[in-house]
Structures are given as structure tokens and as C-alpha cells.
Write a protein that binds this ligand. Structure first.
Ligand SMILES: NC(=O)c1ccc[n+]([C@@H]2O[C@H](COP(=O)([O-])OP(=O)(O)OC[C@H]3O[C@@H](n4cnc5c(N)ncnc54)[C@H](OP(=O)(O)O)[C@@H]3O)[C@@H](O)[C@H]2O)c1
Length: 281
């Protein structure tokens, strides 16, 4: 059997790295991408085929896709869209520029990359596209507005894409993880520092608690799983003859999907305000 091929974004750390290593160990030819040259070098040092791909930069997306297609003769079996970050902060503290930056990485870059790959998959008559969404792709939490908006938008585009590609041989799946061990909180803290003027905010007091959560050593909440928990779902999405539309990962993801179906918005809000640190001021 010929070796199956997979392109993954955001492989410097966390879920992307675990999935690149895990799929390579299972015999896939993985193109692990990262946006920084030093991370590309580190991936190569581990024996992975690595390339630079910055989702904020169309030129970088194009160059990476061209290089991968050249390596493997114009075909690609699968794409795992993964690289993203969270920008914490109250909605009223989000500038247009900050929200735009969040969407550039978490949505527009993913769409641009996906749309480069779809014609390749159409031409070969098969393909798998997997989007790493989040529990926050279907549930909102206080102080996660920018990230939640980007993942809700991703879910809307992905559900649409799945229907539009029905019958093409290209399967589209969403993975919806809850809390996973990675550098996600550290990177979110850096984004918070860059974009949010905490000192002059009406939410100043709550931001102190948010910063404690973002800088806490070890898991910040219960039911946190290692990145390999996502790998299990990715394997199913890439190899099952009937991949699912959605894969939930962690107890909170399953629980909140259920609660969203059975609770009123009023009751759900009360629960989520508590969970997200957005209680009474
Ligand atoms: N951890 C969680 O609890 C959790 C839960 C639900 C969903 N997710 C989703 O899982 C995915 C991976 O996150 P993670 O938990 O593994 O976090 P992570 O350890 O912070 O990894 C995020 C990856 O995305 C990359 N990235 C950020 N901006 C990028 C850009 N402009 N171009 C290319 N890559 C970029 C990062 O690269 P740099 O190192 O260069 O910044 C890093 O490789 C994300 O889509 C996230 O939304 C995570």
C-alpha cells in the first residue's frame, strides 16, 4: 500500500506536535508545519518532515502548499487544520484590530489553506479534512469572546463545507476538545498582554483571576487530558470508512454538548458565568 500523506498546521507544541508524532509513528508521511524557523528545525531534528507555514501570511501558506505538493507529486490524502491561539478578554475590551488578528489566524488562514487543498483532493477523488475546533466552538464562556467567535465561525464554515463536499469523496470532520495540556494558556496569556488594556478596563478585577488561571502551573481545570486524547479522534477521522462530523474530547465537551440541548439559555448562562469567571462584579 502507498504511504498516506497528511499536512498539519501548528506543530511546534501541544496537539499539533502530538498528532504529527503519532501519525508518523503509524506509518503516515506527515508534513509537520510550524510558523517559526527554530520550531521547523526542532521538528526536523526529531526526524519529521517539517516546513514553515504561518497562517497569518498568504505567501507562507502558498509556499508551504507548493513545497508539499512538489514533494509528493501533486496529491495529498489529508489536512489537519490545528494551529491557533486564544485571545482572552471581555468583549467590550476587544479592539477591531485585536479581533481581526484572532480571525486572521484561527479562521481566515485555515480557510485559505483548505481552499488550496480542496482542488487537489477533488482531482484525486478522495481526501480528509479535519478541523480542530473546541468546546468553545459550541459553548460561549465569559472572557473568551474573540476565541469563541472564531471557533463558532469555524464550525459554521465547516458544517457548510461538509454538505457542499458530500459525494465528492472528501470527508470533513470537526474535533471539539475541552481542556488539553499544551502551551495554549501560555500563548493566550501573551495575546492578552499584547491586546487587552486591563488597567483601564471595567473588568480589571476579573482579569486578575483570569491571569492566575492563564499562568497556573499544571492543569487549570479538572478533566484536563493530554494531547494524545485528540490523536485518537484524529486517527478515526482519517481512517474510518465513515468518519464522524464531530468528535468530542474530554468530559466537559460531552457534558456541555448535552447541557446545551437540555437547559434554557438562562440556566446555562448561570452555569457558564461561574465556570468562566464571569460572575457578579
Ligand atoms: N489546549 C486546549 O485546551 C484546547 C482545547 C480546545 C481546542 N484547542 C485547539 O487545539 C489547537 C492546538 O492548540 P494547542 O492546545 O495545541 O495549543 P498550543 O500548544 O498553544 O499550540 C498552538 C499551535 O498553533 C500555532 N500557531 C499559532 N499561531 C499560528 C500562526 N499564525 N500560524 C501557524 N501556526 C500558528 C502555535 O505556534 P507558535 O508556537 O509559533 O505560537 C502552536 O504550534 C488550536 O486550534 C486550539 O484552538 C485547544
Amino acid at each position: 500500500m502507498t504511504q498516506r500523506t497528511l499536512l498539519i498546521t501548528g506543530c511546534s507544541t501541544g496537539i499539533g506536535l502530538a498528532c504529527a508524532q503519532g501519525m508518523a509513528a503509524r506509518g503516515w508521511r506527515v508534513f509537520a508545519t510550524a510558523r517559526k524557523a527554530e520550531d521547523v528545525a526542532a521538528l526536523q531534528a526529531q526526524g519529521l518532515e517539517a516546513l514553515q507555514l504561518d497562517l497569518d501570511d498568504s505567501g507562507s501558506i502558498n509556499a508551504a502548499v507548493n513545497a508539499v505538493l512538489q514533494h509528493i507529486g501533486g496529491t495529498l490524502d489529508a489536512l489537519f487544520n490545528n494551529g491557533a491561539y486564544g485571545l482572552p478578554g471581555a468583549v467590550e475590551d476587544l479592539s477591531r484590530e485585536a479581533l481581526r488578528a484572532q480571525f486572521e489566524t484561527n479562521l481566515f488562514g485555515w480557510l485559505e489553506l483548505t481552499n488550496r487543498i480542496i482542488p487537489v483532493m477533488r482531482a484525486q477523488g478522495h481526501g480528509r479534512i479535519v478541523m480542530n475546533s473546541s468546546l468553545l466552538g459550541f459553548i460561549a464562556l465569559p472572557y473568551r469572546g474573540a476565541y469563541t467567535a472564531s471557533k463558532f465561525a469555524l464550525e459554521g464554515l465547516t458544517d457548510t463545507l461538509r454538505m457542499e463536499l458530500a459525494g465528492s469523496g472528501i470527508h470533513v470532520s470537526l474535533i471539539e476538545p475541552g481542556p488539553i495540556e499544551s502551551r495554549f494558556r501560555a500563548n493566550a496569556h501573551a495575546a492578552f498582554k499584547r491586546w487587552i488594556d486591563a488597567e483601564h478596563s471595567a473588568h480589571q478585577k476579573q482579569y486578575a483571576a483570569q491571569e492566575r488561571r492563564l499562568t497556573k502551573e499544571g492543569p487549570a481545570v479538572a478533566f484536563t487530558l493530554p494531547a494524545e486524547a485528540v490523536l485518537d479522534k484524529l486517527i478515526h477521522a482519517l481512517t474510518s470508512p465513515r468518519p464522524r462530523a464531530r468528535y468530542r474530547v474530554t468530559v466537559p465537551s460531552h457534558l456541555f454538548a448535552y447541557l446545551k440541548r437540555v437547559l434554557s439559555s438562562r440556566v446555562l448562562d448561570l452555569l457558564l458565568r461561574k465556570a468562566g469567571g464571569g460572575g457578579k462584579r
